[in-house]
Design a protein. Sequence first.
Length: 469
Amino acid sequence: MSNDTLFVDLLDGSLTTILSRRARRLLGRLSRLVAVVAVVAMFGPFLTVQASAQAGATLEIAAFQGGYGIEWLKEIAARFEQEHPGVKVEVWGNPRVWEQLRPRFISGNPPDLVAPGWGFDVWSAIYEGQVQPLDDLLGSPAVGQEGRWMDTFIQDLWAPMAWEGHYYIMPLFMNIFSWWYDEALWQKEGWQVPETWEQFVAVADAIKQAGYYPISVQGVDFQYLNYGLLLPTVARLGGMQVLEDAFNLKPGAWQHPAFVQAARIWQDAAREYFPPGWEGANHTESQMLLVLDQTAMLPVGSWLPSEMANVTPPTTRLRAMTLPSFGRPDGVMALPVESDQPTNFLIPSKAKNPELAGEFLKFMTSPEMARIIVEATGAPLAVRGSEEALPSEAVRSAVALLAKTEATYDFRNTVEIWYPQIWQAMVDAGAALLQGQISPEEWARRLEQAATSVRNDAKIPKHHLALGT
C-alpha cells in the first residue's frame, strides 16, 4: 500500500484516522486552501466594494494658504495619486479658507480633510462632535518606516490636541520659541552665550558698554513676551509642575512664588536692557533691530530667519539659544514649542472619505514626503527626523535645542485658545508690569483672578494638560 493511503478504522464507535507523513502534508495544504476559500467567500464582496470605492474616490482637501503656501500640498497630492491609482485628490485653499468651511460644516458637507486656519473655531467643532478622533489612526502602522504612526511625531506636540482622552488634531508645522542672536556679531565682540543668569547679566552689561541694546522685544505684540520671557522663566524657577497647575486652573497656581519672582526679574530687566520705545514696537520691527545688529538678543519663534531673509545682511549668522538657568533645584530648561495652529489638520466627522483622508495624513508625514515639505517651505515639522532637510542652518540651530531641553510646553495652543480671558489678562497685565505701572504681586493677582473666573464658569469646557518634566 502506498504512503499516500489513508487508513480509516472504526473502533468502539469512534473514527480513527491514520495518516502517513505525506498524506498529512497534503491534508494540511488542503485545509489552508479551504480556509482561504472561506475567507474570500465571506469577505470577498466587501473587499471588492471597498477597493473599487477607493479607486474611484475623490479626496477633497481644503487648506489655509498662509506664509507656507499650498504648492507643497499639491505636490504631495500628486504623489498620493500616483501611489493610489484611480484616486483623485482635489486641493484648494486661500488666506481666509474658514469663510468657505463654516457653512459647509453647518450643512453637513465638509471636505474630507481640512487645515482650517486662524478664523475657524476648531475646539467648538470638536465639542460639537464635528471632528473625527484620530486614535485608531495613530495606533496604526506608519508609512515608510517601522512603528506606530504616532511615534513618528515629536510627542509633546500631541498633548494640546486631545479632548476627553481622544486626539482630534494633527500637528504639522512647528514653531520653537527661543532667544536669537547674531553669532557673527557676538564673535566679533567677544561675547559668550550665557548659561546662567549671572552670566546673562554680565554679557548684557558688556553689550550696553559696547553701544548696543541688549534685548529687542515686541511691546505691541505682547504675547511674544509671555512666550519667550515670562513663562519660560517661571519654569526655570519653579519647574513644570507650576506651569501645569496654572494651565489646569488649580486654585492659587497663577500666584505661585515662581510667577511673582519671574515678573520681578523681567520688570527689572526691562528698565536696564530694553531699547527706548520698546512699548510701541511690533514683532517685525523688533526683528529688524536684531538682524541689523542694533540689539543683541530677541525672544521669538523659529520663523525669524525665513521671515527676515530679504532684509538680513549676508554677514549676519542668526543662531538660537535658550533662556539661562537661575540655579534653582526645582527649575527646568523648558522650551516653548508649538504646532502652527492654522496649518494643523483634522478630519471632519461627516467627511465622505475619512479612511482615505487618514491614509493621506500618514502618507504626507512619511519620511520622503516630510522631506519634500521641509525643502519647499524651509520650516520645521512636528515629524521626527525631518529637520535634517532644513536648508537654513539658523532654523536647524533652533530645532537642535530640542535635544538639550528638559521639557517643552505649548501655551499658544492651550491656554491662549482654550481660555482667552486668561490670555488677555496676561497681555494687559504683562504690558503694565514691564512698563512699571503695577507690581509683580499685582500682575500675578490679575492672572489668578482671570483663572478663577474661567474656573467658575460652567459654560467653558475645561481641559486637562499633562506637561510632565
